[in-house]
Write a protein that binds this ligand. Structure first.
Ligand SMILES: Nc1ncnc2c1ncn2[C@@H]1O[C@H](COP(=O)(O)OP(=O)(O)O)[C@@H](O)[C@H]1O
Ligand SMILES: [Mg+2]
Length: 221
């Protein structure tokens, strides 16, 4: 099991009010699975993904990622696990506008440290070729279409060879043609053995995954 979560709870404090975003969630994901976390807006999908992706820690419950107990980690120790194990793709791409495509993709390796520049370049180029973006390496993000930008973001998420790729509403800012290009890329990555967790409120997008985790009001239903 790559992911084993039990009884996850997350409570946000908003002024005087507690918002219970997760109310006891169990989840298991095997390496190589392609899972969609789905459900209506506000049901806790992003909160669950943030915990599974080590961006945040639960208020209660246990979480093991790749054999490591991470549910009680926070701060630097959580960030360390996240940097090695998880690649993220976001709805709004979050590319650096002043960097080229190639520099954007290589950036996580630069942050990680210890990878020489030549190797950073080689790994970025290899992924960009694989994602059909070899002729875009010198472009800036604003010279690309939405679908191309999101594929650059996917390359950036993969460059550190994470155990798991997590995407939060990755087609949310794309038209249907660009959205289906991105979903095709996920299907290809899954076929190549990657583990993917996709968060979406769109049942059509969720239906492209191998399995669905359906959320409602902070619980898996
Ligand atoms: N940082 C936060 N502070 C306070 N409340 C939050 C925060 N993030 C999410 N919430 C609340 O938690 C609930 C679940 O949110 P979220 O996980 O973003 O749902 P979804 O991704 O399914 O739309 C919602 O009621 C939301 O308003
Ligand atoms: Mg969300």
């Amino acid at each position: 099991m790559l992911i084993v979560a039990e009884g996850l709870e997350k409570t946000y404090r908003l002024g005087q009010v507690d918002v219970q975003a997760l109310r006891g969630v169990d989840a298991q994901i095997v390496a190589g699975e392609y899972v969609a976390i789905t459900g209506p807006s506000g049901s806790g999908k992003s909160t669950l993904m943030h915990i599974l992706g080590c961006l945040d820690s639960p208020t209660a419950g246990s979480y093991r990622l790749d054999g490591e107990d991470v549910g009680t980690l926070s701060g630097k120790r959580l960030a360390h696990v996240r940097n090695r194990k998880v690649g993220f793709v976001f709805q709004t791409f979050n590319l650096m506008p002043r960097l080229t495509v190639e520099e954007n993709v290589a950036l996580p390796l630069k942050y990680r440290g210890g990878v020489p520049r030549v190797e950073r370049r080689a790994r970025a180029l290899k992924l960009l070729e694989r994602l059909g973006l070899a002729d875009r390496i010198g472009h800036r993000p604003d010279e690309l279409s939405g679908g191309e930008r999101q594929r650059v973001a996917i390359a950036r998420a993969l460059v550190g060879e994470p155990a798991i790729l997590m995407a939060d509403e990755p087609t949310g800012n794309l038209d249907s043609k660009a959205g289906s290009e991105v979903l095709k890329t996920f299907a290809e990555l899954h076929a190549a053995g990657h583990t993917i967790v996709l968060v979406t409120h769109d049942p059509g997008v969720a239906g492209r995954a191998q399995r669905m985790i359906q959320m409602s009001d902070g619980l898996v239903v």
